[in-house]
Structure formats: structure tokens, C-alpha cells
Design a protein around this ligand. Structure first.
Ligand code: AMP
Ligand code: GLY
Length: 439
């Protein structure tokens, strides 16, 4: 089966790497891909960040002419824009394709769970899913008046998609007022900030719980934790993620059962009552508070960089798993985990998450890949005259399997030492929080 993966990050490289291992995988294409995906498949110059007629026509045409049987949509923007629905509509309009096409990911109405935080909050309330107390505002003055008088810290969130940057965690009411102004008056995230969610600031460890949902069955994947802050010891500004590890001992089987029963199942059921059938990955970003796990956000896709750590450990055939998810047959597939632990360290460009330079030549990736248990996924790279160069803020995801987290972290850090590019930065302490607890 020929496969097209939409996206260009480390998540897409990791998904492609795992899909490639399937006996069923024929030609593998990435749209647009990166410097790493080019070595396991073919990059095609299609970009699906905006889902308009031109993009949909181009992807549909490509799929028909290359006998693509599976399209995997990685990032949130095309999902929120309805790419899954549109590609399915095109298929039924043309009919009679040689190869029937499965598109992996939720439909637009379901992807709204990530693309509209106010909608998600309302659904969580309706389903009594534990989450931070929140108020929703569409009027800046009303929001300012509300945060002015709050005595406890809040988090101000643009309701729409803002490339992961639309959440401002505030210490006091001055910061909260500034956050409301940034989002609603300065419109730092454009239309995404027309509506905001102001919620209580929760305290605890964060955890990512991803599940495959086939409309009926839910299969919860091993829990992962990512490190969003730039500096070691979780200091400095928030980023798209500086590293992740999986599994995490933070959580018992009993707690995982509770998360499935009280959070994932009720959300899928509530959507169904709204007439929305969820198929794809449902990702709950959680805070483990003193009062139990509470939802910070739902995402409608694989997490980045959690997926890199998950794919390193996943046993089973990802092509079959994805087809089964979209065809309501999850109960038929074999899905288990390598017992080893994975640590994924993000190597970033100097200056990230602020401004940074691109085009720096990268060396040492092959040496790192040669180390036992190590796999380097590319995130923000490109090929320039056959040389891999930096092309983004988060450049590489250096993953290592180890007997335990400390071993995996040591191996990943050692692999990073082999890789060089001008201004390279990475955290050496991914996973430190739970390693401290264990000691
Ligand atoms: P989100 O995109 O909603 O997950 O928010 C991004 C990050 O902001 C989360 O990973 C948390 O670190 C932080 N955050 C979001 N909501 C809260 C909250 N209610 N309390 C504390 N931190 C939060
Ligand atoms: N790792 C956080 C996310 O994918 O949203």
C-alpha cells in the first residue's frame, strides 16, 4: 500500500519510520517532509497548512495518480481545516478509484476539540470531566474586569489554534491583564484570540495520555511526559517541547483506568451524543493535581515529541493499526510495547523559541544513529546540496531506548554529543523529575 504522510516535523518522521517497517508499506511519501523523511521516502512539494480548494485538489490528484491507499494527517491545522472530510468527499465524488483510500485522523467537527478551547470546555462541563474551572470571554473589557479582581493565579488561553503559543500562564492579576491585552486587544494570535478561556492555574506534574479511538473502541497508549520549558530544571520560556520520555512511572494502572473511565470514554460518548463520531488519536494533556487528574487540553492528533518516544517502543504493525482505527476494528489488532524506556531529547537552534538563524550544516547524525538503541528523527531540517542543514527552531529529536529512564537519558545525551551544528542547544535533564522521585 502506498502511503502519504502530511506534515514536516519529528512526529511525521517517526510515524513514517514506523509505517516503513510494515510489510504492507509500499511507496512512502511525505508532504512536504523534511531532511530526514527524504531518506526513508520521497518528499513531495505539497503543503496542507491551509485547507483550501487548491490544496485539497492537489493532494487528491497526487493520491489518485500514485495509488495512495492511506493518508496520515499529522498536524492540527489541516485536521481543524477539515482535510479528512474533504479528501473523503473527493474520493466519493470521483468514485471507482483503483485503490480505495483511508484517511487517518478525525473529521473537522471532531477536531474542533483542539481547535476551539471554548467548545472543548463546554463539552467537558457537559460530561463532568475533571478540568480547571474556567470562564469564557468574547469581550476584552469584561475579561479585564474579571482578571483584575482574581486573587488566585490564572491561565489565559486564546480559544483558537495558535501554533501552541496561545497559552499564557500568569502569576498575578497584572500579568493576567497583560495577557488579555496581548491576546484580545493586540491580537497577537489573530482571530484565534477572538474568544479566550481564563482558567484557574493548576499545580502538579503534567502527563500526556494518547489513545486510539475507532468510533467505538478506545485503546490507551502508554503514558508519556514532555518537558515544555526551555531550560534545565523546567525553567525559562515555554516551547513546543524540549524532550519527552515514555513510559512514565508517575502513574499507576489504577490511575490509567480512572483516566480512561472518567476522561476519555465520557469525551468520546459526549461527542457521539452531539452526532460526532471520533476516529483517530485523542490526546488528553493532563495535570496530576492533589485532587486527581484534570484536563488542561484535548488534542486531536499525535503529540510532538511524545510520538517519537511512543514509536520507538511500539510493537505491531502501524499500517494495520491505523487502518483498523479508521475502520472500527481496533479490537482486532495486536498492539503492545517494548519494555525498554525511551528518552527523546530535542536539539534546538540557538535563540529558540525566540528568533534563530537557519541553514547551519549538521554533522554527526550517522555516528549517533550507529549507537546501540539510538534513533535520530529530524524535525526542522532541510537538504541543501545533499547536506543536512537546520531549517527550524526544534531541529532534531534524538531518541534512545534504555533499560530504565536513567539509562535511556544517558544514551540520548551521549548521542547528542556526537551531533554538531552552530548554536545547538539541548537539555540534559529530560525525565529528571521522576528520576528524582525514584531516588
Ligand atoms: P495547553 O496548550 O492548554 O496544554 O497549555 C500549554 C501549557 O500551559 C500546558 O502544557 C501547561 O504547562 C500550561 N497550562 C495550561 N493550562 C494550565 C492550567 N490550567 N494550569 C497550569 N498550567 C497550565
Ligand atoms: N507535546 C505537546 C503537543 O504535541 O501538543
Amino acid at each position: 500500500m502506498n502511503i502519504l504522510v502530511i506534515g514536516s516535523g519529528g512526529r511525521e518522521h517517526a510515524l513514517g519510520w514506523k509505517l516503513r517497517q510494515s510489510k504492507q508499506c509500499g511507496k512512502l511519501f511525505f508532504a512536504p517532509g523534511n531532511g530526514g523523511t527524504a531518506s526513508i521516502g520521497k518528499n513531495v512539494s505539497l503543503n496542507a497548512d491551509r485547507v483550501d480548494t487548491k490544496t485539497v485538489d492537489a493532494i487528491d490528484y497526487f493520491c489518485r495518480h500514485n495509488d495512495v491507499g492511506l493518508v496520515v494527517v499529522g498536524p492540527e491545522d489541516p485536521l481543524a481545516g477539515g482535510l479528512v472530510d474533504r479528501l473523503e468527499q473527493m474520493q466519493s465524488r470521483h468514485g471507482g478509484d483503483k485503490v480505495p483510500r483511508v484517511v487517518f485522523g478525525p473529521v473537522q467537527a471532531a477536531a474542533r476539540l483542539e481547535g476551539d478551547k471554548a467548545f472543548a470546555k463546554k463539552l467537558m462541563r457537559a460530561a463532568s470531566i475533571p478540568t480547571a474551572e474556567a470562564r469564557i470571554f468574547t469581550d476584552a473589557q469584561a475579561a479585564l474586569a474579571y482578571v483584575k479582581n482574581r486573587e488566585t493565579p490564572v491561565v489565559v488561553k486564546a480559544a483558537g489554534l495558535a501554533k501552541g503559543k496561545g497559552v499564557i500562564v500568569c502569576d498575578d492579576s497584572d500579568q493576567a491583564e497583560a495577557a488579555v491585552r496581548t491576546i484580545m486587544i493586540d491580537r497577537a494570535f489573530g482571530d484565534a484570540g477572538d474568544t479566550i478561556v481564563v482558567e484557574e492555574r493548576l499545580i502538579g506534574q503534567e502527563l500526556s495520555v494518547l489513545a486510539l479511538v475507532d468510533g467505538r473502541n478506545i485503546f490507551v497508549l502508554d503514558p508519556a511526559q514532555d518537558h515544555k520549558q526551555l531550560g534545565e530544571g523546567d525553567t525559562g520560556p515555554n516551547t513546543g517541547g524540549m524532550g519527552a520520555y515514555c513510559p512514565t512511572p508517575l502513574i499507576s494502572d489504577k490511575l490509567m483506568g480512572q483516566i480512561q473511565r472518567e476522561i476519555l470514554v465520557p469525551m468520546v460518548d459526549t461527542l457521539r451524543r452531539e452526532g460526532i463520531i471520533y476516529r483517530g488519536v485523542l490526546y488528553a494533556g493532563l495535570m496530576l493535581t492533589a485532587g486527581g487528574p484534570k484536563v488542561l487540553e484535548f488534542n486531536c492528533r499525535f503529540g510532538d515529541p511524545e510520538t517519537q518516544a511512543l514509536m520507538m517502543r511500539l510493537k505491531g504493525d502501524l499500517v494495520q493499526i491505523m487502518l483498523a482505527t479508521m475502520q472500527g476494528r481496533l479490537d482486532e489488532v495486536d498492539l503492545s510495547w517494548n519494555r525498554r524506556c525511551c528518552c527523546c531529547v530535542v536539539m534546538a537552534s540557538g535563540g529558540y523559541p525566540g528568533s534563530y538563524e537557519k541553514g547551519k550544516p549538521i554533522t554527526g547524525i550517522d555516528e549517533a544513529n550507529g549507537l546501540d538503541g539510538v534513533q535520530v528523527f529530524h524535525a526542522g531540517t532541510a537538504l541543501k546540496n545533499d547536506q543536512v542543514v537546520t531549517a527550524g527552531g526544534r531541529v532534531l529529536n534524538v531518541c534512545a531506548l534504555g533499560s530504565d529512564l536513567a539509562d535511556a537519558q544517558e544514551r540520548a545525551n551521549a548521542a547528542c554529543e556526537h551531533i554538531r551544528f552552530d548554536g545547538a542547544y539541548f537539555r540534559r535533564d529530560i525525565g529528571y523529575r521522576v528520576m528524582k522521585v525514584k531516588q
